[in-house]
Design a protein around this ligand. Structure first.
Ligand SMILES: C[S@@+](CC[C@H](N)C(=O)[O-])C[C@H]1O[C@@H](n2cnc3c(N)ncnc32)[C@H](O)[C@@H]1O
Length: 283
């Protein structure tokens, strides 16, 4: 096939569909519906990931008067520290667990300028749900949108400034592990979701030629017991019963390095920041 004829949005859709089907999921956000998983994500953000939030916020083109749209805000990893630096934030978040933790965090940190819209981005009514245009739009590791082209068109429609997308470059370690263990756990192959190569091509076909920066996120994680490793890692493996739990436990025991009484998991992965000014000719 001539590469010019590839419909990259279709590639994104197919990869997303295969990814969700292999995990028996209907939508990306469902992984966070339990409050425990959302709380763990927040705790991890506070412990290991504060540098990421700081650097992300430092590099945004914002002023104290800015109106910000945070799509897939999660527990507020960015929205909570960002709220004191801008006029207001609209946080779009469909997952029940994440919304509960975000609300608790807003109370704890005294953030009264965050408005939560409990919907998936693709279900938003641009005119009635939102009060755009927004000076900055962020979608950080939240591109669980099957029709990514439409999702980006909608972002452009309510933007008066920069749009920032954060996504994955290459496989994450749990993608690699999943490919190995999925057939034993679920009796089928694992398919990882689309990465930034597809995303860049979708943007290019839309006539958007964005900036792109690669960085590494995460660190090696140390777990004193296999149980603790399981508690933190099992959410990636769509476990449904004890038998699967046992299979994963044995697998992790054989995979994780054991050093000085600890299990070591290399959670580092390559990520990208992709951004452009929606008002530029090539944005
Ligand atoms: C990994 S968390 C990232 C949270 C936060 N943006 C951050 O950078 O830490 C991904 C979030 O995106 C949300 N999400 C997934 N699919 C979404 C969609 N289609 N529309 C809006 N949010 C979505 C999930 O519910 C989850 O809270």
């Amino acid at each position: 096939m001539e590469y010019q004829n590839i419909d990259w949005n279709d590639v994104w859709m197919r990869q997303t569909k295969k990814h969700l089907e292999s995990g028996n999921r209907k939508e990306c956000a469902s992984i966070w519906k339990e409050k425990d998983a959302a709380r763990r994500f927040w705790n991890m953000s506070m412990k290991d990931d504060q540098k990421r939030a700081k650097e992300t916020i430092r590099d945004l083109n914002i002023t104290p008067e800015s109106k910000v749209l945070d799509i897939g805000a999660g527990p507020g990893s960015l929205a909570i520290p960002l709220s004191e630096k801008v006029e207001n934030i609209t946080a779009v978040e469909p997952s029940k667990g994440m919304v509960e933790v975000l609300e608790e965090n807003m109370t704890e940190y005294g953030c009264d300028n965050i408005n939560i819209i409990r919907k998936r981005w693709e279900d938003i009514d641009l005119e009635n749900d939102l009060e755009g245009p927004y000076d900055a739009i962020i979608a950080s590791f939240s591109l669980g949108m099957p029709d990514i082209r439409k999702a980006i068109e909608d972002m452009q429609a309510v933007s008066s400034g920069y749009i920032y997308l954060y996504w994955f470059a290459g496989e994450r370690s749990w993608d690699t592990y999943s490919k190995e263990i999925w057939p034993k756990l679920h009796g089928k192959e694992y398919h990882s979701g689309p990465k930034c190569d597809v995303l860049y091509n979708v943007l290019y076909q839309m006539g958007i030629y964005p900036n792109m920066e690669t960085f590494t996120l995460g660190r090696t994680e140390t777990y004193p017991t296999l149980n603790e490793a399981m508690d933190n890692l099992s959410s990636h493996f769509a476990l449904e019963n004890d038998e699967q739990r046992k299979i994963l436990e044995q697998y992790l025991e054989s995979k994780l390095k054991y050093e000085n009484g600890n299990y070591i998991y290399d959670a580092r992965s390559n990520r990208v920041k992709i951004w452009w000014n929606s008002k530029d000719e090539n944005g």
